[in-house]
Every structure is written in structure tokens, then in C-alpha cells.
Design a protein around this ligand. Structure first.
Ligand code: PRX
Length: 646
């Protein structure tokens, strides 16, 4: 049975536990709140230097929120909590991969951020200077982000698993002048040479004139005189007066987050200051039912993705949350690592990706069973559709049958969670994101733009602006218009398929474009294809995603080699490694199939739809438009030999 069939037959219901409902931050009447009133009131969560005068201005596809307001993000996430007497509250319990740990209070965080901001100033960073950050999950990553916001310098955080090419193309696109990185990162007991990769990237990013390096492993790394500086060798002040928070306009650029689309070039998704911060703080509070004085919240994503930005750094800190940050992977040094962390810190809210849940499910409940998980009271899921089986396992074996699960649908572009249950209010259905967040106008449309009613399926759209919505693709307004706003004029097209059931609940069905979702990571088929054809032996390549029980989707590549090259096992490994070098290990194809030809229409278009049928071992769809219909049968025969899985 495929995912859609499973969802359509899912009939289990989980009404809110009465004890949870009695203390929940969200009440049922939240859905009846007037849109303007909601976002006006929620803006009161923040400290403003100058009040805004207009809630929002909307001229599709561009919105402005809290027009006229001035504020500083770092002040709202750090300083104001210290001023309010919360300096001794823990901001982050940081757990290093080898087991070293740090506890960082809000007062510590303030000192570290000020020191970091002064270091950046020493390197010439001022309001508006674009800064790239290429790091692992160490405390100085959120510190670096906050330091940028303190100075009013927009940042782009590049996931530490990306290649030098991926890093340099992002830095060049944003025009970054300064790069923050670390010597090396820990990964499964070995070190990842971040600074060396950063050096390769800087060699082709001429605009980067300074590099600030944080010490993590203590490994030897080359330092370039006049460009590279160690953070711990800079003699800079850490008192807040030495580095005041820069007043920022509500619509000033806060950060870019690059994400894959349907072309080879990742797009820089623009997020601005006030609307984003109000929205991530508000959603974090209601959706995670946050009790800031007693919860210990752990979002197990990487800060290098939007989930980490919105729900490890900005939302939680704006709400004065105590969070856990973990540097390593779930199964190193053993498969109990996560559950030992939950027990050690008394984690009460856990937010994780379905891929991780499915991995734990595969390893068996005995690992969790060895630890006391009774502190948990709420669970979350994000990044990809969660299959009901994994949902129920999570509910029973991790949540002890008592914790509501919030299955949150959103995107880099939306900035905030858009479709989600509200814990204590919503009756949960395994596999369904249930309802749009209050004020969010989500709908499902058919091909011609008619709204699909209960029971129907189609494309997910968003019809009304929201405060955290992206303000565009950096430097590419045409692509922005074309990608999201042209299929249904003036309406946001998310690129996801969805279904609405008889109760009006939403079921998210995955991407409908050339974007794959592998372990919750968004990867473009075209990006992987161009990485493959970049190899000298490759003549042509076509890439598609196939269903995978663990990672959601897995990447399959069909490759035609140039004359004189053999489709050997060595070649297969070489190509997989080549993709890892060009993009990053997350984009490595699970299978590579060598074929003398690719299925093309008479006009020369590769028919990926047929390749997906081959990859998933389904009967072939319509082949009549193929220039040579025998090609797919031949590929099918070869594909039964398969390829290596990772
Ligand atoms: O396809 C949807 C899927 O992830 C895509 C967004 O990816 P990204 O921008 O990297 O952000 C991921 C984290 C917010 C969406 O278009 N997706 C995300 N959450 C869910 C989901 N699909 C189903 N259910 C979800 N809860």
C-alpha cells in the first residue's frame, strides 16, 4: 500500500487528554479570533523601540508587516530577558557529541553574544554587512547568529554538511563579506574539516575578506594572514554597553536561507525582522504549549535549516525558553543517545523529523525503554509526511500514550508553522496535519484553480499573507513570481499535494514538483543531475525520488556514460562521491543505474515520470510519446540488478 492509500484508510482518533486541555496555552476559541486582532495582539510579545503604525500592507506577492516599527532581534531574544531578571535561567543545555556539555544561562548568552558581536565588529562587520556562517551544532552557532542580529548584519547559515561549492555559491549570491566557521566538527567520532572546506570556498568567493574561526576540536587548521582570525585570540569586551543593539526597521533583512528548487541554482529565501519574530514566537508558544519557566524543549533539527532558525533559535529565545542543543547523531556512540539526553535534562517537549522516528522504530523500543522518559509531555514532527505507523509508535513508545503529537507542516518560505494541531484543542489523526494555524488561509485547489472540497485532493495553496512569509527570492523577483505566484495568480502555491477529509482536516502528500524530500531534506532532481553531468565520464543523467521506508524518499540516478567508459561498480561509487563533493553527502544517490539511453519524447524531453515508475517497480505509464519505447523496457531489465543502498 502506498502512503496515500494508507492515509485514506486511517481511522484512529486521539482526542485531547483532559488534563492537557485544562492547562493548554491554546483554547478552542483561538480559531475564532479576528485575523487583524490576532496579529496585532501577538505583536505585544516583543519589545519595540518604535511602535508600528500599519499591521500589514499586501500587494501580491509582497507583504510588509508591522510597518513603521523598529526593534532589535537580539535584544528581544537575549537582553530583555536578562533585564527582566531571568539572567540565571538556562537558555541552552548543550550536549557535545563526545559527551562534553555546557550549560548556558541567558546572562552567559548575553556575554557571549556581545563578545562575538565585538569580534565581528573588529573584522569590519557593520549594519547591513552580509555574513555567512558555516558551522556544526555548537553553542557559538546561535551566538554568531544573534551577534549578527545585534549589529543589524544579515546572515546566511549554510548547513555544515554542504560542500565547498555549495558554500561558495551561496556566499557569492548574497555577496558575503565575512565568514564565520569552526576548525572542525565532530561526526560519529571523527572530525569534519569545516575550516578547510571554508578555505576552498573562500578561494572562489572573492568578496569574503575576513574569516572568524571558532575552536571546537583543537585540530590543526591553516590560517591565512590578514584574513583569518581565531575568536578566542581577539581581545574584545563582553559587557552589553560595549555593543548596543542596533535599531532595525521592521522590514530590514534578517537572514537568507538557501533552499533547493526546481532548477540547479538554490534560491535565497528572504526573511525580515519584525513579522518573522512575532510569528515564530507566537507559533512556538501555542503549538508547543510552552511554559517557559518549567519546560525543557528540544528541537532535534540542525540549526542550518529553517526548522533550527525558527524553532531552536529565534522562536524559543524570544519566549525565554530553556532548550537542548545536541551536536551529534541519534545512533552515536549508541542508539540510546537521544533517550539518555531526554532523561538527563528532563526534556518535556521533543520536536523531531519522521525519518529519525522511523530509524528509532527500526532499532526497536528497547533503547528508549532503558531511560526514564516520563518528563515528556508533548511531541512534534516536521519536515516530511509522517506515516501513521511511525506516528503511533512515537505516541506509544516515546510519548507513553499520554503526549499529544503536533505534526507541523511548513516550509523555508513560510518561515513559521502553517498547518498543525493545537495541543489540548485538536483531535489528532495519525498522519494528518489537521488544521491551518489560526489566521492561516490554506486550501486545496485543482489544476484549474477550483477549490477542492472535503474528500478531494489537489495542490496546497495559501490565500492570505502571514507575518513570517518570505519577502522574496534574493535578487530574483521573476523566479519568485514564477515559482510560487503564477499557477494561481495572487495565491501562494506551496508545491505540495494535499487532501482534505470529511472533517476538513488536511493530509499532506509530498512534493508535486521536481523536488525530492530525503530524510526531511529538500533536494532538487535537477541539482543532482547537474552534479552528475559535471563528471567527465557522464554524457547524460536523469534523477528521481523513489519511496523509501526509512528516509521517505531515496535518490535514484539514471546515467548514460560517454563512449569509452564502463558502468562498473567503481564508476558507480565514483559518481556517488562526486555528487557528495559537488553538493554534499545528503544528495548522494542511493542507486545509480547505467543505461545506454534515457527515455525521451520526440521533442527530446526526458520523461522522469517513466523513470519513477521504473524506480518504484510500478507498471509503466503511457509510453506512446516516447521517441523509442523500447528504451524504458531495457532500463527496467537492467534495473532489476539494482544498486547499493546506504
Ligand atoms: O513537502 C513539504 C515538506 O517539506 C517541504 C519544506 O521543506 P523545507 O523548506 O526544507 O522545510 C522543512 C521544515 C519546515 C514542504 O514543502 N514538509 C514539511 N513539513 C511537513 C512536510 N510534509 C508533510 N508533513 C509535514 N509536517
Amino acid at each position: 500500500m502506498n502512503q496515500i492509500d494508507t492515509l485514506q484508510t486511517e481511522e484512529r482518533r486521539y482526542p485531547p487528554p483532559p488534563e492537557f486541555a485544562a492547562q493548554a496555552n491554546a483554547r478552542a476559541d483561538i480559531y475564532g479570533r479576528d485575523f487583524d486582532e490576532l496579529w496585532r495582539t501577538e505583536a505585544g510579545r516583543l519589545d519595540w523601540l518604535e511602535p508600528w503604525h500599519t499591521l500589514y500592507e499586501w500587494e501580491a506577492p509582497y507583504a510588509k508587516w508591522y510597518v513603521g516599527g523598529k526593534l532589535n532581534v537580539c535584544f528581544n531574544c537575549v537582553d530583555r530577558h536578562v533585564e527582566a531578571g531571568l539572567g540565571s535561567r538556562v537558555a541552552y543545555h548543550w550536549e557535545g557529541e563526545p559527551g562534553d556539555a555546557e550549560t548556558i544561562t541567558y546572562a552567559d548568552l548575553q556575554r557571549r553574544v556581545v563578545r562575538f558581536a565585538n569580534a565581528l565588529r573588529e573584522l569590519g562587520v557593520r549594519k547591513g554587512t552580509p555574513v555567512a556562517i558555516y558551522m556544526g551544532m555548537v553553542p557559538d552557532l546561535p551566538v554568531a547568529m544573534l551577534a549578527c542580529t545585534r549589529l543589524g548584519a544579515p546572515h546566511t547559515v549554510v548547513f555544515g554538511g554542504f560542500s565547498a561549492d555549495s558554500l561558495s555559491s551561496r556566499m557569492n549570491d548574497m555577496g558575503c563579506e565575512v565568514l564565520v566557521t569552526q576548525d572542525e566538527a565532530w561526526r560519529r567520532g571523527t572530525t569534519v574539516p569545516l575550516k578547510r572546506t571554508a578555505d576552498e570556498a573562500m578561494a572562489v568567493a572573492a568578496g569574503v575578506r575576513a574569516c572568524l574561526v571558532v575552536r571546537r576540536t583543537g585540530g590543526e587548521v591553516p590560517m591565512t594572514d590578514g584574513r583569518d582570525r581565531w575568536l578566542d585570540e581577539l581581545d574584545v569586551a563582553d559587557d552589553p554597553e560595549s555593543c548596543p543593539c542596533e535599531p532595525m526597521d521592521a522590514e530590514d533583512l534578517l537572514f537568507l536561507m538557501y533552499t533547493s528548487g526546481t532548477t540547479a541554482k538554490p534560491k535565497g529565501i528572504v526573511h525580515t525582522t519584525a513579522g518573522y519574530l512575532v510569528a515564530v514566537a507566537t507559533t512556538h508558544d501555542y503549538i508547543f504549549d510552552l511554559k517557559a519557566d518549567r519546560d525543557v524543549y528540544w528541537c532535534a533539527a540542525d540549526i542550518g535549516w529553517i526548522t533550527g532558525h525558527s524553532y531552536i533559535v529565534y522562536g524559543p529565545l524570544a519566549n525565554a525558553t530553556t532548550s537542548v542543543i545536541y551536536e551529534g547523531t541519534p545512533d552515536f556512540p549508541d542508539k540510546e543517545r537521544w533517550w539518555a539526553i531526554v532523561e538527563r535534562y528532563g526534556v518535556s517537549i521533543l520536536y523531531a523529523a519522521p525519518t529519525a522516528i522511523r530509524a528509532h522504530m527500526k532499532w526497536g523500543p528497547e533503547h528508549a525503554g532503558k531511560h526514564r522518559l516520563s518528563s515528556l509531555r508533548l511531541l512534534g514532527s516536521v519536515g516530511e509526511p509522517i506515516n501513521p505507523e511511525a506516528w503511533v509508535w512515537y505516541h506509544e513508545h516515546i510519548g507513553g500514550g499520554r503526549c499529544p503529537i503536533v505534526d507541523t507542516w511548513w516550509q523555508t518560505e513560510t518561515g513559521m508553522i502553517m498547518i498543525t494541531p493545537l495541543p489540548g484543542v485538536t483531535t489528532l489523526k495519525p498522519g494528518s496535519g489537521t488544521q491551518p494555524f489560526p489566521g492561516v488561509d490554506a486550501a486545496v485547489y485543482d489544476e484549474s484553480g477550483n477549490e477542492v472540497g472535503p474528500g478531494g485532493g489537489g495542490y496546497l495553496v495559501l490565500r492570505r499573507p502571514w507575518p513570517a512569509m518570505t519577502r522574496g527570492i534574493y535578487g530574483d523577483p521573476e523566479r519568485f513570481q514564477q515559482t510560487y505566484w503564477s499557477r494561481y495568480p495572487g495565491i501562494y502555491f506551496a508545491g505540495d499535494g494535499a487532501r482534505i477529509d470529511e472533517d476538513g482536516d488536511f493530509w499532506l502528500l509530498g512534493r508535486v514538483d521536481d523536488v525530492m524530500n530525503v530524510s526531511g531534506h529538500r533536494i532538487s532532481t535537477i541539482e543532482v543531475e547537474s552534479a552528475l553531468v559535471d563528471h567527465p565520464a557522464v554524457a547524460e543523467a536523469a534523477v528521481c525520488g523513489r519511496n523509501d521506508a526509512l528516509t521517505g524518499q531515496a535518490i535514484v540516478a539514471f546515467v548514460t556514460l560517454k563512449g569509452g567508459h564502463e558502468g562498473s561498480v567503481e564508476m558507480l561509487e565514483e559518481l556517488r562521491n562526486h555528487v557528495a563533493e559537488v553538493i554534499g553527502p545528503i544528495a548522494k544517490p542511493a542507486n545509480v543505474l547505467f543505461t545506454p539511453e534515457l527515455p525521451k519524447t520526440r521533442s527530446g524531453k526526458i520523461m522522469r515520470r517513466l523513470l519513477r515508475d521504473v524506480a518504484e517497480n510500478r507498471p509503466l505509464g503511457d509510453t506512446t510519446t516516447l521517441a523509442d519505447p523500447t528504451v524504458v523496457e531495457e532500463i527496467r531489465e537492467r534495473s532489476t540488478a539494482g544498486g547499493p543502498d546506504e
